[in-house]
Design a binder for this molecule. Structure first.
Ligand code: ASP
Length: 332
C-alpha cells in the first residue's frame, strides 16, 4: 500500500534550536529536522515547508493565520499535516488553529520538544515520530502530540516548563496515546466531510489575572485598549468589590462601550460557575458578560480572536462563543 503523504511545516521552537551566544535559538529548517529521523520513510512520505523560524514567544495570531493558510493551500495534496512549533505558546497555536480550521477530517498535528533535536538527550525525535504516526493515522482535527500523549487542540496547556511531560489536557480526556509507534485511541474526534477555513483573527484581546486587592484601573486600561477582556478570577468566578462599584462599574462601562468581557478562573481544573456565589451571580444577572465554564484560557483567547475577526455584533459574538467548536466547551 502506498504510504500516506504528510506535509511538515517548520515554524521554529526548541526542536529546531541551536546554542548561540545568548541561549538557544531556532536555526534548523524542516528539511534539516527530517534528516534526524531517516526511518520516518517507514511510516509516511514527507514533504517540507518552512513558514518562519521563531521562538514561539514571538508567535502571534497572524502566524496562526499563516499556518492555517499554508494548510488550506496544500489541503488536497496531503493526508495529514505536522507542525513543528515551540512549546511555550504551542497550546495557543493549537487553539487558534482549532478555530481557523474547523471540522478537518484530516489530522493536523502540532509537536515540538523540550530539548533541541541535535542534543544527545532529546525528546525531539520521539515527538516527531509520534506526530507523524498520528498524522498518518487518519485521526481527524487539530491535535497536539507530545511525550506520547494525543491532546485535543482546544484542550492543551503547557503545565511543565522543563520536563518532557510538558503538556496536559484540561477538563477533557486524552484523545489517545502513542506507545512504541502504535496509537491507542480513546476518543474519535468529530469531523466534517470538508473543513471550514477562516483567515481573519482580531488580536485585540487582553487577559487580566486578578490578585487580591489589585486596583481596578488595570481592568479599565485593558478594556480601553482592546476589544475583549478575559478576567481570570478566583475559584468558580466573581468580581471583587473593594470599594462600592469599582470593578463592577469598570466592566459595565466596557460592556456599554461595546467591548466583550469573559469571566474565567485561575483554577486549572473544572472551570467557572458564576451563579454559585453572590460575587459572581450578581454580575452575571445584571451585566451581559460571558462565562468560560470549562474552556481553557488559551481556547477562550483564541476563540475570541476568531469570533472578533468575523463580527462585532454582541448577539452574534455571544452565540458563537457558546457554540462548541472541537469540544472546546461542554458545560453550557
Ligand atoms: N522557547 C521555546 C519556544 O517556545 C521553548 C520550546 O520550544 O520548548 O520556542
Amino acid at each position: 500500500m502506498e504510504k500516506k503523504k504528510i506535509l511538515l511545516l517548520g515554524t521554529g521552537g526548541t526542536i529546531a534550536s541551536e546554542m548561540g551566544d545568548s541561549g538557544l535559538q531556532p536555526e534548523l529548517n524542516s528539511e534539516q529536522l527530517l534528516r534526524y529521523i531517516p526511518d520516518i520513510s517507514d511510516i509516511c512520505q514527507v514533504a517540507c515547508d518552512q513558514l518562519f523560524n521563531l521562538d514561539s514567544t514571538n508567535i502571534q495570531p497572524k502566524h496562526w493565520a499563516r499556518i492555517a493558510a499554508a494548510i488550506r493551500r496544500h489541503y488536497r495534496e496531503f493526508d495529514g499535516f505536522v507542525i513543528a512549533h515551540g512549546t511555550d505558546t504551542m497550546a495557543y497555536t493549537a487553539a487558534g488553529l482549532s478555530y481557523l480550521i474547523q471540522g478537518s477530517p484530516k489530522p493536523i498535528v502540532l509537536t515540538g520538544a523540550q530539548k533541541p533535536i541535535g542534543f544527545e538527550t532529546t525528546d525531539s525525535k520521539q515527538n516527531l515520530r509520534d506526530a507523524f504516526t498520528v498524522a498518518a493515522s487518519g485521526m481527524a482535527g487539530v491535535m497536539l502530540v507530545f511525550n506520547g500523549k494525543i491532546i485535543l487542540g482546544t484542550r492543551a496547556r503547557k503545565t511543565r516548563s522543563k520536563s518532557f511531560e510538558a503538556f496536559s489536557s484540561i477538563n477533557y480526556p486524552l484523545l489517545g496515546l502513542v506507545q512504541d509507534g502504535r496509537i491507542i485511541r480513546y476518543i474519535r474526534p468529530e469531523a466534517r466531510a470538508v473543513p471550514q477555513f477562516y483567515d481573519t483573527v482580531n488580536p485585540r484581546v487582553a487577559l487580566l489575572k486578578l490578585l487580591p486587592g489589585m486596583d481596578c484601573g488595570v481592568a479599565a486600561f485593558l478594556l480601553a485598549h482592546n476589544d475583549a477582556l478575559i478576567i481570570e478570577s478566583f475559584g468558580v468566578g466573581g468580581l471583587p468589590s473593594y470599594k462600592a462599584g469599582d470593578y463592577y462599574e469598570v466592566v459595565k462601562n466596557g460592556l456599554e462601550a461595546g467591548k466583550v468581557v469573559v469571566m474565567t478562573t485561575q483554577v486549572e481544573n473544572e472551570g467557572s460557575d458564576l451563579a454559585v456565589y453572590h460575587v459572581g451571580g450578581a454580575i452575571k444577572r445584571n451585566l451581559p458578560i460571558l462565562e468560560a465554564y470549562d474552556m481553557t484560557t488559551e481556547a477562550v483567547a483564541a476563540k475570541l480572536m476568531w469570533i472578533l475577526g468575523q463580527t462585532t455584533d454582541q448577539r452574534w459574538v455571544e452565540d458563537l462563543f457558546y457554540t462548541p467548536v472541537a469540544c472546546d466547551i461542554l458545560k453550557v
